[in-house]
Design a protein around this ligand. Structure first.
Ligand SMILES: Cc1cc2nc3c(=O)[nH]c(=O)nc-3n(C[C@H](O)[C@H](O)[C@H](O)COP(=O)(O)OP(=O)(O)OC[C@H]3O[C@@H](n4cnc5c(N)ncnc54)[C@H](O)[C@@H]3O)c2cc1C
Length: 435
């Protein structure tokens, strides 16, 4: 050890397993200062008149931070939980605890990278380096068979090449013990009121009570693989709509960084060796590649993802009364049962199945002809598993402005409802008044 003090700035990497930032800090420093900031910019109204973070996700993040604090305490450390802008808070903490260097995981979306730049500038004035790590994807950027600027825009081309030539690194070890400054101040978790967010009301029809934190994320991983073998039939069940078991539900934990995609990958590999390897076990990894792909697309195309014309620069035709139509859509009042049932699920639980998301998004854009960015912003508020690349990437894809090679993909909602909810159970669950 070097006698160094390193500040670990936790953001969307709320875990101690497979966390390179945390491990390297522990290995390189004598003392570490783990910090999480509740940044007020994430708890405001957006230009779309939506909330940046809705109740379900805010509660999930609070639970995740609380869980991380407990894990760090068990290793002899603690987590400093602050409220405020990192570029103002982190330099103060650095001065107070004589920090030599700050470590964090690099993000890809504009607002997040902008905050990193502000922090970097503020630390630079103190001659402190902000060291960036890459750690949110299955494939490390440097192990891809192409540089970011040459990543194929079409998913299948990307997938085939990474499956053939890409390398997935092993997970990083979890440190057993950490040393923090003896005088590290006590800090408390804020509550939802402090963040200006209403408490969520949990609906018993929710697919799961998503509880935030690494502990719960790892429990879910164990449940889905080893305790139930659900993974071995994932390909058959993944288009389901009701209950906790039709799909992995890993997304919320992955978005907050409570669960590492690499950890999932290696656990699936172990499962394949010890129990069974089939098209379902492969398909879960296949889906993780979609997640990686959208993240790398963000890196490649930057803010153009958030533009109404997407990165292809095509302007859609909007309906003249799109505000009225948008309100009907978000309030589950379109009169189309399959769309309304899904929107009701989203509004009351913070979750919607992948099948539901594809349908309501297609309906908003292609049938109602409403600006797709309004729908994406609404999802950003509501989804418990929101992350910028997966959300905006999927929306742009469905709007036909992202990377879908099939021009003008348009879901036939009536057919989709017949195929995926043939007995109307899902619609009955959320719209019992229709029966
Ligand atoms: C319009 C729209 C918006 C979306 N917004 C988000 C979002 O904000 N956050 C998010 O995590 N996912 C988003 N998705 C992708 C997908 O719907 C969810 O990841 C999935 O439904 C989560 O449930 P699960 O964990 O049970 O998924 P599973 O079916 O079990 O899949 C396993 C994992 O693969 C990844 N994955 C699966 N499908 C996709 C996909 N299409 N794109 C990217 N990753 C995928 C997720 O990390 C998921 O947890 C969106 C999809 C659409 C169509």
């Amino acid at each position: 050890m070097s006698g160094k003090t390193i500040l670990v700035w936790f953001r969307n990497d709320l875990r101690i397993h497979d966390n390179e930032v945390f491990l390297e800090a522990v290995e390189k420093a004598s003392l570490i200062v783990p910090v999480f900031c509740f940044d007020p910019r994430y708890y405001v109204e957006t230009p779309f008149k939506t909330q940046k973070t809705g109740s379900f996700r805010a509660q999930f993040i609070l639970e995740s931070v609380a869980d991380l604090k407990v894990s760090l305490q068990k290793m002899g450390g603690d987590l400093l939980i602050m409220q405020g802008k990192p570029e103002e808070i982190l330099p103060e903490i650095c001065k107070k605890y004589h920090v030599d260097e700050v470590y964090h995981h690099r993000e890809v979306a504009h607002e997040e990278t902008e905050i990193s730049s502000l922090v970097e500038d503020a630390l630079w004035k103190l001659q402190i380096n902000l060291k960036h790590f890459i750690g949110h994807t299955l494939f490390h950027k440097e192990d891809l068979p192409f540089p970011i600027k040459d990543i194929p825009d079409v998913f299948t081309t990307f997938r085939k090449k990474v499956e053939r030539e890409g390398i997935i690194r092993p997970s990083f070890a979890t440190p057993e013990k950490i040393e923090i400054p003896q005088d590290l101040e006590e800090s408390e978790l804020p509550n939802l009121e402090d963040l200006g967010i209403c408490a969520p009301v949990y609906d018993k029809r929710s697919v799961l009570r998503f509880k935030g934190g690494e502990t719960e994320g790892l429990n879910r991983l164990r449940y889905y693989l080893w305790e139930t073998d659900l993974i071995s039939s994932y390909k058959k069940t993944r288009n389901g709509l009701i209950g906790g078991d039709y799909s992995s539900k890993f997304s919320a934990w992955m978005s907050a960084g409570c669960l590492s995609p690499r950890e999932i990958y290696w656990e699936v590999k172990k499962y394949e060796k010890e129990r069974t390897a089939n098209d379902s076990t492969y398909w879960l990894i296949f889906e993780l590649l979609w997640r990686d792909y959208f993240r790398f697309m963000f890196k490649k195309h930057g803010t153009s993802y958030f533009r109404e014309s997407g990165f292809k620069g095509i302007k859609q035709d909007d309906a003249p009364n799109q505000e009225e139509l948008f309100n009907q859509w978000k309030n589950a009042e379109t009169g189309v049962p399959f769309v309304d049932a899904n929107m009701k699920e989203l509004n009351l639980t913070g979750f919607m199945s992948n099948r539901g998301r594809q349908n309501v998004a297609s309906f908003l854009v292609k049938d109602l002809k409403v600006n797709w960015t309004w729908g994406a912003a609404y999802f950003e508020e509501k989804l418990i598993d929101y992350n910028p690349a997966s959300n905006w990437g999927n929306w742009a894809y469905i709007a036909g402005l992202g990377n879908d090679p099939m021009e003008n993909r348009h879901f036939n909602i009536e057919k989709q409802a017949k195929d995926y909810d043939p007995n109307g159970e899902f619609v009955n669950l959320w719209l019992p008044e229709l029966t």
